[in-house]
Every structure is written in C-alpha cells, then in structure tokens.
Design a binder for this molecule. Structure first.
Ligand SMILES: *Cc1c(COP(=O)(O)O)cnc(C)c1O
Length: 382
C-alpha cells in the first residue's frame, strides 16, 4: 500500500480530501476562507434552498432519520412513492423507481437487464458506474468510440445480432458534451436493441425546462430507459430509473442493488421531491444556469482560453497532471474552488480543470473567475 501510494504521489495522482466547512452552495467556506465554488454538481444550487429546508424539516420531525429496511421490506414510505410519481411525471414516463444512488442504479439495472448471451454497447467515456454495471453483467460488452455513431453502427454490424442495450451518458460527466441521441435511438430501433441514457448531468440542466436530453433534442418519449441521479442538480441523494411500468416492476424484482440495500431516508426523498417541484414552478433557475454557461465560455474566450459547452460543465484542458494541479492550487489561493481532474477519471496526459457552473453564480463572479483562470494558467507557464 505504501509503495502504491508513493507511486501515485510521484505521478501527481495522489488524491487528498478537501473538507468543506459550510453548506454546498455557490460560496463555501474552506480552510476558514470564503471561496467561489466552481466545481460542484449542485448546478441549481438547491442543497441549501430555504423553501426545501423548511419542508424537509417538517418531514424530519414527522418521519425521523432512517428507513429501517430495504425498499421491499420496511423501507418504502409515502415519501418514496410520492417522489417516484413526480419523477415519472417530470420525465414523461409511466413509472419511476428510486435507488440509493446513481451508482447503485447503474450497477443494478445493467446486470438485471442484460444476461449471458446478450450484448451491451457502451461509450468509452461512460461513467464508472455504467462500466461497473457492465462488468457485473454476464453479457458481452463492446466499447465504441466516444459519441461516435458511425463507430457504434460498425461495431453493431461486426457482431451477430443479439438482444441487448446501447448505453450512454446523456451529458458526459467530465467533458460536458451531449450524446447524439437522435442517431443513438435510431440505431437502437434499427438493430432491435434497447436504448439507455444516464441523465446524471442532464436533469435540471439541459432542455428548455431542464427535463434533460429528450427535451433538448425535442424527442420526448423516444428513449427506452432513462436513469439519473438526485444528487446533482436536484441537490439531494439517490438514483432513479424512468420507463414503462413493466421495466420498473422488473427492476424492483431483479436489481440486486435495489433489493439488498436499505432504502434512503424519507427526508432525502422529500428533499428531492420538493426540488423537482421547484424546478417546475420556477423555470428561471434552469434558464439562468444555461445563460451562465454561455457567459462563462465567452469570458474565457476573451482571455484566449478555448471553452465551449451547452451543459453546466466547462472543461479547461491542461494536459500535464502536475501543471493541472498547480493551476488548481493557484486558483485556490485566489479564492476559486476548481480542482484538477486527473487519471483515472480522465486518460493519462489529459488532465484538466472541470469548471461546473451554478444557476446562482453572478455574471460578475464568473467574469472574475475567467480572469483568475487565465492568470493562474499564465503563472504556470501555460
Ligand atoms: C455522478 C454520476 C453517477 C452516480 O450518481 P450518484 O448518485 O452520485 O451515485 C452516475 N452516472 C453519471 C454519469 C454520473 O456523473
């Protein structure tokens, strides 16, 4: 272990935990200082939202802290089913099922759906939880080039026709780019495969009202399986799957991570449900987030830094791991929280800063942040 940790240190791949001393919001306290948070997945800044906290405090008083069992035994309260109903309605589906986390959802859904003799086509940049889901499945997994639909079709044609799944992130978690959903769905339909999209970074972020990839492409109802998380823009915890009722009933009976794990606490479910309601009632939050992305990319470009994104994630490419860490440390000194992303999260030599925007960042804050990024990069010889 010591040797392995030393190797990580030598390669600038050693991870240290940063301990935050305040709620997760656009400004956080870190090592006693106020920092502008530009790395959080809490894109709509709902973790510390007053109206949600007030509601959840009542739920806490009434329902307490834990759920005492798995969803199939004692762990389903009215708050769990209410959230599932709202999720299904939000995503325009017949039904939804909530898992403990997005990670648990992916690692439960994929092995439950894909058996020995089936085939899974998976994007090379899919999230680790999809990769683990594929590894836990007895089906064959075929990796296609990132968001490359020609490569996907070629790989499908190279394999004998089988039942199975095409699975992709909707918004890719490190690069912030969006899946080519129209072609992916067409290929799935043409070749008799199921389509599954992971909306972790899409829900609450893309589409006019934040409903995700289908809304973004104006192709509502076309994907077979929509999964996502409640831990990012929704500001709570948990994973979910939306689809036809036969799918959700099947998963409740077959997905091991659903069956063999204690269900999330009622307060967590209440927080997620109230957040979804807020997103529907106050669409300006999603619009502000989308405006912020455009603004921040423009400001970076004014400083000669190439940046583009239609999600809340703006990658700033560095390459070298050591330099990425130094730029990030410099930004920390300036009061900006933007950690470096390194191998194994991205490929070796492709280290980057992953800026993540919030609906509540002001234009002034983002303009100043873009300037700080440029100064930090300059001071590291970039
Ligand atoms: C974060 C993430 C997950 C996991 O969700 P959690 O609720 O954090 O476990 C799954 N898929 C993608 C694409 C993610 O970015």
């Amino acid at each position: 272990m010591e040797e392995e940790l030393r190797t990580l240190q030598e390669n600038h791949l050693y991870r240290r935990i940063k301990v935050i001393e305040s709620p997760q919001k656009s400004h956080v306290r870190y090592q006693g200082r106020d920092m502008l948070m530009l790395a959080s997945n809490s894109y709509l800044d709902l973790c510390d939202e007053e109206c949600i906290k007030t509601y959840v405090a009542d739920v806490l008083r009434e329902y307490g802290t834990g759920s005492g069992g798995s969803r199939l035994t004692t762990g389903t309260t009215v708050l769990h089913t209410k959230l599932e109903e709202r999720l299904a309605q939000f995503k325009g589906r017949e039904a939804a099922v909530v898992f403990n986390t997005g990670f648990a959802a992916n690692s439960g859904i994929i092995p439950a759906l894909c058996k020995k003799g089936d085939i899974i086509y998976s994007d090379e940049k899919n999230h680790a939880s999809i990769i683990d889901g594929c590894r836990q499945s007895a089906a064959e997994t075929v990796i296609y080039r990132h968001n490359d639909m020609e490569d996907l079709e070629k790989k499908i044609q190279e394999h004998p026709p089988k039942s199975g799944l095409i699975v992709s992130d909707g918004v890719f978690s490190m690069d912030g780019d969006i899946v080519n959903l129209p072609v992916l769905v067409k290929l799935a339909d043409t070749y008799g495969l199921l389509s599954m999209i992971d909306e972790a970074h899409a829900t609450g972020v893309i589409g006019d009202s934040g409903r995700g990839c289908e809304e973004y492409f104006h192709m509502e109802g076309k994907t077979d399986i929509l999964m996502g998380t409640l831990s990012k823009a929704i500001g709570a915890e948990g994973g979910y799957v939306c689809g036809p009722r036969v799918l959700t009933e099947y998963l409740k009976n077959k997905a091991r991570s659903y069956i063999f794990s204690t269900s999330p606490a009622p307060v967590t479910m209440a927080a997620a449900e109230r957040a979804l309601k807020l997103i529907e009632e106050e669409p300006w939050r999603v619009r502000r987030l989308q405006e912020n992305t455009r603004w921040f990319c423009e400001k970076l470009k004014e400083h000669g830094i190439s940046a583009s994104s239609e999600s809340a994630i703006v990658p700033i490419r560095i390459g070298d791991e050591e330099k990425a860490v130094r730029v990030s440390e410099r930004l920390m000194e300036f009061g900006y929280f933007i950690p470096a992303i390194r191998y194994p999260t991205v490929k070796k030599g492709e280290a980057m800063l992953r800026a993540a925007l919030m609906a509540t960042h002001t234009k002034e804050e983002l303009a100043a942040a873009a300037y700080a990024v440029s100064s930090a990069m300059n001071s590291c010889g970039l």
